[in-house]
Design a protein around this ligand. Structure first.
Ligand SMILES: C[S@@+](CC[C@H](N)C(=O)[O-])C[C@H]1O[C@@H](n2cnc3c(N)ncnc32)[C@H](O)[C@@H]1O
Length: 217
């Protein structure tokens, strides 16, 4: 089954990837990869000629990614903090989703992602505005996250990291009753919404380009 089809936030992911023209042979890093859903989606696109570094600070993620990506030898799982991001080669795309809300300084991680990317390559970040989500009309909260509303300042963080912002937007899945939106909320918060209508936290996407130092010479 295609991983994007199962992913409740699949639309912003698909839109962002289409925006880049990503294809076979690309080298990518998925920072804060978790269970590796996005890493596998990237691996399907870049194929065996490409490479996907699946990076997470939690060593348990390596096993999860290894299981999820068993059929994709192009996925390399690495235990590393985003703040220390260092890869064996420059990548064409550095990606993160639902990562920056959990790190101490999101700007530091974005700058490391820029440094890991080749000149002219892409950095894509997708981060939520948690408090703009709604359950039964009331705002969501995520007290465990260090920066639950980091999406609201993501374009400025990307600019300050030195990226040229090519595109930026926000998008939120919504639903009522049983279904993927209710299940996702339950997995996120431990609370099942029952029959209350749900708007999941809007995900702000920033598509940025790393400057080419040789441009304009
Ligand atoms: C909410 S999960 C997101 C998983 C995945 N990106 C997705 O969108 O489904 C956040 C992940 O970031 C990882 N993480 C948290 N802080 C990190 C850091 N400083 N560096 C790298 N990974 C980190 C966590 O271990 C966790 O796997």
């Amino acid at each position: 089954m295609h991983p994007l089809r199962d992913d409740v936030y699949r639309r912003p992911l698909a839109t962002a990837l289409e925006r880049l023209g990503i294809g076979p042979g690309w080298r990518c890093v998925d920072v804060g990869a978790g269970g590796g859903d996005v890493s596998v989606a990237l691996a399907e696109i870049v194929g065996h000629a490409g490479r996907v570094y699946s990076v997470d600070s939690d060593p348990r993620a390596r096993d999860e990614v290894a299981a999820a990506a068993a059929a994709f030898s192009q996925v390399i799982a690495i235990t590393q903090a985003g703040e220390d991001l260092l890869l064996p080669e420059p990548v064409d795309l550095a990606f993160c989703r639902f990562l920056l809300l959990h790190v101490i300084d999101p700007g530091v991680v974005l700058k490391r992602m820029c440094r890991a990317t080749r000149p002219g390559g892409w950095v894509v970040a997708q981060e939520p505005i948690t408090s703009a989500g709604r359950v039964g009309g009331l705002p969501l909260s995520m007290p465990d996250a260090l920066h639950p509303d980091v999406g609201a300042i993501l374009p400025a963080l990307a600019r300050d990291a030195g990226l040229e912002i090519v595109d930026a937007w926000a998008e939120a899945p919504a639903g009522v009753g049983e279904g993927p939106v209710a299940s996702y909320l339950a997995s996120l918060t431990g609370v099942h919404p029952g029959n209350d209508p749900v708007v999941l936290p809007p995900l702000v996407t920033v598509v940025g380009r790393v400057g080419d130092p040789s441009a304009g010479r």
